[in-house]
Design a binder for this molecule. Structure first.
Ligand code: B16
Ligand code: MG
Length: 218
C-alpha cells in the first residue's frame, strides 16, 4: 500500500483552469488585440506562469523585453487572483471530497504538488487547508513540470520516498512529471494521458480500491 498521495490542484481538486485561461485570453486581447485558440489551453495546463506566457508569446510569434514579460505575467496573475474571489467549497471537483477523506481514513498522508504559487490561497478558499500534511512550494524547485521536482519535493514534505506515493494529475506535463519522480501516476482525463500508470475519465471516477490494486501490481 502507498503511504502518500501527491495532488495536483488545478484540474484535479478544483477547476481553476478556466480562470487561468480566461485571464490569459483577456491579457492577450488587451495587449495584442489577438485571440487564443482553445487548443492552447492544454499546453498551458500544469506548467508555470512564466512557461505558460512563453507558450502564448511563441504562438503569437511575439518577442517582448524582459521587463514587459515580467509585467505581463504579473498582470495575468492579478486578474487570476481577482477571479479566485468567486471560488468556494462548491468548486471542489466531483468525487474529490470523498476521495480525500477515504485516503485519510486509510492513513495516507496528503501533499499538494501544484505548479501554482496560489495553491495555499486556493486550498483555503476550498476549505481544504487542514486536509493536507504538506504543500510543496513551486517557487523553491529548480524546474517546473514536466520535470519531477515538485512531486519529489511534495513526497519529501511528507517524509516519504516518491516510490511510496501516488500522484494525481490532469495534465500531460504533470503525468510526465509524476512518472519521472518514481511515484505511481493516476490521471484524470482523456486519452492524451495514456502515459499514466492508471487513468480515469474524470475525478468522479477515482476509485481507491482500483488504485490500491494497480499500485500493488506495479
Ligand atoms: P500560478 P497545477 C498550474 O496548476 C496550472 O495548471 C497552470 O495553468 C498555471 O500556469 C500554473 O499552475 C501556475 O499557476 O500562476 O497561479 O502560479 O495544475 O499544477 O495545480
Ligand atoms: Mg493540473
Amino acid at each position: 500500500m502507498f503511504k502518500g498521495a501527491l495532488f495536483d490542484l488545478d484540474g484535479v481538486i478544483a477547476d481553476t483552469a478556466v480562470y487561468h485561461f480566461a485571464a490569459w485570453r483577456q491579457l492577450v486581447k488587451d495587449h495584442f488585440d489577438a485571440d487564443l485558440p482553445d487548443s492552447l489551453e492544454e499546453k498551458t495546463k500544469g506548467v508555470s506562469r512564466e512557461d505558460s506566457l512563453r507558450v502564448i508569446l511563441d504562438y503569437l510569434d511575439i518577442t517582448v523585453p524582459e521587463d514587459t514579460f515580467v509585467a505581463l505575467a504579473a498582470e495575468k496573475n492579478d486578474a487570476y487572483v481577482k477571479a479566485l474571489d468567486a471560488v468556494t467549497e462548491a468548486d471542489i471537483l466531483p468525487g474529490i471530497t470523498d476521495f480525500i477523506s477515504n485516503l485519510r481514513d486509510q492513513g495516507v498522508k496528503l501533499a499538494l504538488a501544484s505548479a501554482s504559487k496560489n495553491g495555499p490561497l486556493i486550498l483555503e478558499k476550498l476549505g481544504l487547508s487542514d486536509a493536507f500534511d504538506a504543500i510543496a512550494d513551486p517557487a523553491k524547485v529548480a524546474a517546473g513540470k514536466p520535470a519531477p521536482d515538485i512531486f519529489i519535493a511534495a513526497a519529501q514534505g511528507l517524509g516519504l520516498q516518491s516510490t511510496d506515493c501516488i500522484g494525481v494529475e490532469d495534465a500531460v506535463a504533470g503525468v510526465t512529471a509524476i512518472n519521472a519522480s518514481g511515484a505511481f501516476s493516476v490521471a484524470v482525463g482523456g486519452d492524451e494521458l495514456s502515459h499514466a500508470n492508471l487513468r480515469f475519465d474524470g475525478t468522479a471516477d477515482l476509485d481507491l480500491e482500483a488504485i490500491k490494486a494497480a499500485y500493488q501490481n506495479h
